[in-house]
Design a protein around this ligand. Structure first.
Ligand code: ZN
Length: 482
């Protein structure tokens, strides 16, 4: 080494110590007449590296020197030919791999990275130290080696699913609310005289539905009359004994006996009246009236005028349809979610685009031994009257319906330094590393209330390969430039 060269070396070292950094010297190389050639070289490098994911160290330096080295030093000259060969060979095993650790430097915060053709501030590979600083919904770009790289590695994307379509749903079937269901039968033998209720008709509590001519009803009426007169007699005796007792004419024992008989006659008469009322005994003594026990809809009508009926013959089914039940069959692993009071949302293939709210109120004490399913009942609102008993639907916990809550496959979620990210495809060879806020997980899905939109193409296969690139860039940053 002659003296002139030593001097140049010394001066450059001084410059490095003055703030350019020693690494820059190696990146920029000595200023020389070969600069023009070096520029050409850089052009080539940029072209080559667009065929390979390259990454380097993000550096916020905005000094003139930084700008200069940006311009000049893109690559360690010694490495470039090898990489070129690598790229030409295609590296089929890892087409993502490319570019060495040393890479370009930055000019300005809004400058475009010549290597990755993305704004440097958003360059996850050159500016990877910014990755942990992102907030939910923010993203940084990851440019792949070449446009076919994603395909070569097997990267595939999916659109996030609305939460109501993702995750486990439980099959359910609509049934009548059995607390508000009445099967009305004839309580006595007789003949259906008149039927007032029509099928599907809404009736108020106490509405007369049918009349049945029942000879037995006459007997019932007689029994009621007898009970009433016994009671009246017993009352008379009781009052008389009470009077005699007060005057000391009768014994206390006799008074108590009269009192007991009166009480008994009184309750017998009450029972007879109740029975007559239950039977629907009407004023004329031989006609039984069938009345609605509550407001509801006549969902079944078998009563036919003129038909003979026996005690217990079914006449109507009355249901209050303002609420219905859903019989849910939940799998074992849903046990934590199937809780009394838990809100559920129900949707039905037969009623597309609509969901109905309900609440679980009963859970079977045991799993079904054969199916291993847990039965539960939810009451569901049906004031609009669109639901029908027998409908099959999909039931899920209500919490999953939060607006904007989307779900992605579990394998799409990647963790970098313990923080959650997904990759979103922006172009064939361009991906965004997106910080997200996942919420709950179900089998195979993660719910992401913040950070992804319904049109984001989420990398669901080989997201790990992209993550590895980002990690490798960070690693490179720390070993190449310090
Ligand atoms: Zn870059």
């Amino acid at each position: 080494m002659n003296l002139a060269k030593r001097l140049i070396f010394f001066l450059l070292t001084l410059a490095a110590l003055a703030g350019v950094g020693l690494g820059t010297y190696f990146l920029t190389g000595p200023s020389s007449p070969a600069q023009a050639a070096s520029e050409d070289r850089e052009q080539n490098n940029v072209k080559n590296e667009s065929a390979g994911v390259s990454h380097g160290h993000g550096d916020e330096a905005s000094t003139a020197a930084g700008k200069a080295r940006k311009h000049n030093g893109h690559k360690d000259d010694g490495d470039a030919p090898d990489e070129e060969m690598d790229h030409e060979a295609g590296s089929p095993d890892s087409p993502l791999k490319g570019g060495g650790h040393a890479a370009h430097k930055h000019r300005e915060p809004d400058a475009i990275c010549p290597e990755h053709n993305v704004p440097e501030a958003e360059d996850a590979l050159c500016n990877s130290e910014r990755v942990p600083l992102m907030r939910a919904g923010e993203g940084m770009k990851v440019r792949l080696a070449f446009s076919g790289a994603a395909e070569k590695v097997g990267i595939a994307t999916v659109l996030p699913l609305p939460a109501d379509k993702a995750g486990a749903t439980w099959p359910g079937q609509v049934v009548f609310n059995r607390n508000r269901l009445a099967r009305l039968s004839s309580l006595s033998a007789g003949t259906v005289q008149r039927v007032m209720a029509r099928l599907g008709g809404h009736v108020q509590k106490g509405t007369l539905l049918a009349e049945i001519a029942a000879p037995e009803a006459a007997g019932l009426k007689g029994e009621l009359a007898a009970a009433e007169s016994r009671r009246a007699l017993a009352e008379t005796v009781y009052l008389r004994e009470k009077d005699l007792l007060s005057r000391g004419i009768t014994s206390r024992h006799e008074f108590h006996q009269a009192e007991a008989e009166f009480r008994e006659a009184q309750s017998a008469a009450t029972r007879a009246r109740q029975q007559a009322r239950d039977y629907g005994l009407s004023g004329n003594g031989s006609t039984l009236q069938v009345r609605a026990p509550f407001a509801g809809t006549v969902v079944e009508r078998t009563a036919v005028p003129g038909e003979a009926v026996a005690p217990g013959t079914h006449l109507f089914t009355l249901a209050d349809l303002s609420t219905l039940w859903i019989e849910i069959s939940a799998p074992e692993d849903a046990l934590p979610e199937v809780q009394p009071g838990r809100g559920v949302m129900a949707s039905f293939p037969g009623l597309p685009g609509r969901t109905f709210q309900g609440k679980i109120f009963w859970i079977a004490p045991a799993l079904d031994e054969r199916t291993r399913m847990l039965k539960a009942l939810a009451e569901i609102d049906n004031r609009e009257g669109v639901l029908r008993s027998g409908l099959f639907g999909d039931i899920r916990p209500a919490g999953r319906m939060a607006i904007g809550n989307l779900a992605v496959p579990a394998e799409a979620l990647q963790s970098i330094n313990g923080q959650p990210y997904v990759f979103v495809r922006l172009a064939d060879d361009l991906f965004e590393l997106r910080r997200v806020t996942p919420s709950r997980r179900t089998t195979g899905s993660v719910f992401i209330p913040e950070g992804v939109g319904p049109r984001d193409e989420i990398v669901s296969v080989q997201a790990f390969a992209l993550k590895s690139e980002v990690l490798r860039a960070r690693l490179g940053a720390s070993c190449a430039d310090h």
